[in-house]
Ligand binder design. Structure first.
Ligand code: FHN
Length: 616
């Protein structure tokens, strides 16, 4: 339900822009013509296309990301050369980090002159990767290009980069060095890339924006082809001025399709579009931790270690390692990832206070098996989020991470949301300590016999006998009838069996080549078979309308046309029983999405799997 702001096909963009290529360049510093990015590989688009290729909650493509949980963010660019301070001609000092050019109103030529002295000769990729590993951070996301447009690799699209505009050794490539060190250490490497570009002269005018976009696509292809990143972390997608940023939902949808055409394994964040639940693979709450699991999409909380992303020599307001550890446990217990930032100085060195705090976090994670509360762990609906810490589940272990250890003999109460037995309990790192587990009220009382193991957090590992699960189903999916109108009028034009309800048609797709991208309707019918006797939360992500019934009773009614939207309803289901389900979905104009997810105390959020859906 979005009017089309600026519809263009990538092929159109490539076609139109390649003709313009000879008239563009970067007049600020370049005289050479940028090398044209070769036309991208053909990708599917148009009616019949579903851009949702898997369920990010369970797919092999995202498995490493959901397992690793904890990453290192690195903000490093030409701004780092100023180390957070700019002395104006009048002698006054202006302070900022990665936004220093804009916030301190540094003239282009002054900023370019200082960038020409940038020489991060001290950048040691092996040391950076070691700092991440010592911290227990299992992936790295480094700024390849921030808002100032300065590329940290030898891009062929312009001369505003670390190879062509710096005092740095022209034979070095820090992204290649980091990629090599990360691969050697088994650490995944991703790149941050700002869509908003303060430097490219073609960015701010809609008439010339396609020329910028062609260079942006070219740079992203360079990064994918040249460094094989596991992840792209977009930013700068919001509406802004100076220069005007009119990045649209259509632009984001086109870019995401282009990138997955280059590398189907790539993981992309929601800022590729406009941070909607349907954009990219994960949401990006910043400097905050959601109070509970996020509906409809994976998520990653990104944070600074002090108060700045880029290096600021005066900023000594460091988070404690205990705060880092507790944040990480809260994030993991709510099913998210934690991307914690370092800002190297102008020499390329990570500040020692950052290294010290990160190393302490890594010590905690690597001690007594406490990392089990994070790596491969996630949200459990079996218990309520406690006031004394966080609980995460990994297999049949619940990790109760206690940040407020009780007085001797006093219990920790754990509210349960489904019946399960606790078969053993131990304090990690204190093998002789006993933990009394007593049924109490709406759950259990956990009473440790001794002191906390660690002031940051101590972990009580509960091994449980989980609620009984019915055998996995044998379903093949739901019957899907589609009409070439949005009122279910006349006979359906297409009837198929859909293995799952996981559709991102976006702006150009539809259920079938004969169904137009706008004004269609689909009805799914059949039955849904839960594996647990529990109250399930059914979640839809829809654009434009959706209504859902279970056993003939309405569970979701979101019939007012809308943009990408999450709706939820609860229903008590019986393990192994086939409950009838009907979903009525309509697409009016513009963007189109429909996903059906479920969760329960025993079942973390996922697209309802095929084997639990039956056509009849
Ligand atoms: O403007 C940027 C900021 O400089 C920094 O890169 C953060 C990190 O996620 N993102 C934007 C602010 O939301």
């Amino acid at each position: 339900m979005h009017s089309r702001t600026r519809r263009h096909r990538l092929t159109g963009v490539v076609g139109a822009l390649s003709a313009l290529l000879l008239t563009v360049g970067n007049p600020v510093t370049a005289t050479a013509r940028p090398t044209p990015a070769p036309a991208p590989r053909p990708m599917t688009s148009g009616p019949g296309t579903n851009h949702a290729t898997d369920d990010p909650f369970t797919s092999a493509r995202t498995a490493w990301w959901r397992q690793d949980r904890f990453g290192m963010f690195i903000h490093f660019g030409a701004y780092s050369n100023l180390e957070g301070e700019y002395t104006r001609p009048d002698g006054t000092v202006c302070r900022n980090a990665e936004w220093i050019k804009r916030e301190c109103k540094i003239p282009d030529e002054v900023y370019e002159r200082q960038a020409a002295t940038f020489n991060p000769a001290g950048f040691d990729a092996t040391a950076v990767v070691k700092a991440a590993k010592d911290a227990g951070q299992r992936y790295i996301v480094i700024t390849a290009k921030h808002h100032d447009g300065y590329a940290m690799w030898p891009t062929r699209q312009n001369k505003w980069n670390l190879r062509d505009h710096s005092a740095f050794d022209p034979h070095r490539d820090i992204l290649a060095e980091l990629k090599k060190a990360a691969d050697a250490a088994g650490i995944k490497l991703g790149f941050y890339y700002s869509i908003w570009d303060w430097h490219d002269p073609d960015f701010g005018d809609p008439a010339t924006f396609p020329r910028y976009e062609k260079r942006m696509y070219g740079q992203l292809k360079e990064l994918i082809d040249g460094y094989d990143p596991a992840l792209l972390w977009f930013d700068g997608e919001w509406d802004a001025d100076h220069p005007t940023n009119k990045w649209s939902r259509q632009d984001g949808a086109d870019l995401q399709a282009y990138l997955h055409g280059l590398n189907p394994r790539l993981i992309v964040n929601n800022r590729v579009g406009k941070r909607e639940v349907v954009d990219g693979d994960f949401g990006t709450p910043e400097q905050e931790i959601p109070a509970e699991p996020v509906d409809g999409q994976l998520w990653e909380s990104c944070m600074t270690l002090n108060d700045h992303w880029g290096f600021a020599r005066y900023d000594t307001h460091w988070k404690s390692s205990a705060t880092v550890i507790r944040n990480l446990l809260d994030v993991a217990g709510r099913g998210g990832n934690y991307l914690l930032n370092v800002g190297p100085d102008r020499h390329g060195r990570i500040p020692q206070p950052s290294v010290d705090r990160l190393r302490e976090a890594g010590r905690w994670l690597g001690t007594h098996g406490q990392g089990g509360a994070v790596y491969g762990a996630g949200h459990t609906g079996l218990v309520a989020d406690p006031s004394w810490g966080a609980v995460s589940r990994r297999g049949n272990d619940l990790y109760a991470s206690v940040t407020a250890w009780p007085a001797p003999g006093r219990p920790l109460h754990l509210t349960t949301k489904a019946p399960f037995r606790v078969t053993s309990a131990e304090v990690l790192g204190s093998p002789r300590q006993r933990v009394e587990v007593t049924p109490a009220g709406d759950g259990y009382d956990l009473t440790p016999s001794g002191p906390a193991v660690d002031p940051a957090a101590s972990v009580i590992r509960l091994t449980i006998e989980p609620p009984t699960a019915a055998p996995a189903g044998t379903g093949t999916g739901l019957t899907a009838q589609t009409w070439p109108n949005d009122s279910f009028t006349g006979p359906p034009a297409v009837t198929t069996t859909d293995p799952t309800v996981n559709k991102s048609y976006r702006f150009d797709g539809s259920p079938d080549p004969q169904i137009p991208a706008d004004h269609f309707a689909t009805r799914w019918t059949g039955s849904i078979q839960p594996r647990f006797d529990e109250t399930y939360t059914l979640t839809t992500v829809s654009d434009d309308t959706v209504r859902l019934w279970i056993d003939g009773r309405p569970v979701i009614d979101s019939a007012i046309p809308h943009g990408p939207k999450v709706d939820k309803g609860t229903v008590t289901l019986k393990a192994g029983h086939r409950h009838s389900i009907r979903i009525d979905y309509t697409e009016r104009t513009g963007e189109a999405h429909l996903k059906l997810l479920w969760s329960s105390p025993s079942r973390p959020q996922q697209i309802v799997p095929q084997r639990q859906l039956y056509a009849g």
